[in-house]
Design a protein around this ligand. Structure first.
Ligand code: ADP
Length: 170
């Protein structure tokens, strides 16, 4: 649990080994956190992303961080929430796991996640938070890397939700 922390604010400002982007499957940018990351990283990020040929839902891809304070960006594509019965939980867990697997294989020590799928993709925040915490905790119990993981919450409501769920999880 000491390897997990919650930060409230803009993920593009974090000086970590990698920030995770809640991307869409084209990897060519979009709104929300994706737009913010591309704006802050500059055009080199879009150029690298456009060479990747997209990314299926539940998978992840690693790029450079360009003008971001973060050294890398891990792009993962969360599920669009439909009814909760369309593999959304499995796909959301896969986003966290695959991002962590890439980070670990690249030897990255510090990684920050936004609340994947909980914006435009409509995943209910409390359920998404539970999947995020469960998956990340399981990963940490079995792996040395990343050494430290940040949940970056964009707003005090999300941060409070993560604090409450982490406390009840401990
Ligand atoms: P998705 O399409 O996966 O739902 P969004 O970008 O719409 O992606 O939202 C995902 C989460 O990212 C939401 O919780 C939203 O509040 C948050 N978010 C938006 N901008 C930022 C930012 N600059 N830093 C961190 N989180 C952000």
């Amino acid at each position: 649990m000491s390897r997990l922390s919650i930060v409230e604010g803009d993920i593009t400002c974090l000086q970590v080994d990698a920030i995770v982007n809640a991307a869409n499957s084209s990897l060519l940018g979009g709104g929300g956190v994706d737009g913010a990351i591309h704006r802050a990283a500059g055009p080199g990020l879009l150029a690298e992303c456009s060479r990747l040929g997209g990314c299926p839902t539940g998978e992840a891809r690693l790029t450079g961080g360009y003008s971001l304070p973060a050294r890398h960006v891990i792009h993962t594509v969360g599920p669009v929430y439909k009814d909760g019965q369309s593999c959304e939980p499995e796909l959301l867990r896969s986003c966290y796991r695959e991002s962590l697997r890439l980070a670990s294989e690249a030897g990255l020590e510090t990684v920050a996640f936004p609340c994947i799928s909980t914006g435009v993709y409509g995943y209910p925040k409390s359920a998404a938070c539970r999947e995020a915490i469960t998956t990340v905790t399981e990963w940490l119990s079995a792996h040395d890397l990343p050494r430290s993981i940040i949940f970056c919450c964009y707003g005090s409501d999300d941060a409070e939700l993560y604090r409450m769920q982490l406390t009840s999880f401990a």
